[in-house]
Design a protein around this ligand. Sequence first.
Ligand code: NAD
Ligand code: WQD
Length: 345
Amino acid sequence: MQILVTGGLGFIGSHTVVALAEQGFTPIIVDNLSNSELFIKERIERIINKKVVFYQADCNDYVAMEKIFQKHALQGVIHFAAYKAVGESITEPLKYYENNLFSLITLLKIMQNFSVQKLVFSSSCTVYGQAEKLPVDENNAVLPAFSPYGNTKQICEEILRDVIASQVLLQVISLRYFNPIGAHPSALIGELPRGVPNNLVPYITQTAIGKRPFLNVFGNDYPTPDGTCIRDYIHVCDLAEAHVKALEFLQKQNGSFIDFINVGTGTGNSVLEVIQTFEQVSGKPLSYQFAPRRSGDVTAIYADAQKAEKVLGWKAQRSLADALADAWRWEQAICKQTQELEKQT
Ligand code: NAD
Ligand code: WQD
């Protein structure tokens, strides 16, 4: 069964391509390499011991995408392709609205024209803002977004709702991810932040390896037990498996169908707990200092993940320690790769 994976060389996409192949699906990757590297394709192939089909194309390019749909008898689509840097979305909002909205609209038009009916969409817990009740379940109100990035996820969910309401034959699961971290245990694929990382875990691993002098912990005066923010950190391999489960679930749906499902562990951890766990699994003390709060951060959010278990039969299997150990292994592998490349030049 051929499944189109847009953004399939990115962080979550690459792990999902592996999970799909392991479950007998044939992933067809499309990525414009705006935030990924071609070598990830060969790494995926090493993990699954099989070649994968890859198209370097932009999801906003209807003609290029149409050619892919003509060439493959696609049974479904997982749409990861989007820009995701919250801070950049505030300084360059149009870049985010253009890419994140148009890529979905283009895809939906082509899917309709080719009668491809199954879609898994990458949404985010950012749609909840600061939920009043924790853990947050899917019935929680979607609050006004803190950033243009968050807004694009909300608008995409609305677009999907409206398309379903128009009785188009389309079955959709919008997965609302909490905080994906970690890497494949082989250390062959993982997160590849360009420049200074925005997210906590790559910042921690880059500090531990010596690329950054110290980590700034944004705020230690939040109303939480240790004063630092709380998040639900989910291993990227668990998250990848949730996509396979969502696709399998969609195979059994007909007509016009949409549902929204949290993908988290159900446990919240503070920034200081993440640091402590990292120190334990890596055996390295981490250099950090407290800094002012980062604008736009919510105090605490973690998932009520029961719906994923009930509807998809999916539950996170890996611990925070597993995820941090894998992230650390990946950081060390990337560092070694960079050093070897530097030696050759
Ligand atoms: P990523 O940047 O690593 O992967 C996205 C991939 O899409 C990249 O390989 C990029 O080159 C590609 N891409 C972007 N625009 C494209 C376009 N127009 N055409 C073709 N390819 C394009 O990001 P990720 O962390 O893997 O995130 C994947 C999805 O999950 C995104 O939609 C993101 O918004 C969503 N998400 C991510 C997180 C997170 O913390 N990583 C959390 C919630 C939701
Ligand atoms: C986690 C915690 C920071 C960096 C973001 C997006 C969200 C979703 C996931 C896409 C926070 C603290 C961080 C640092 C720190 N992405 N921190 N020092 O902000 O929860 O979520 O990624 O949909 O939309 O907003 O993740 O990893 O940036 O931060 O203290 O150098 O770590 O303040 O409490 P966040 P994050």
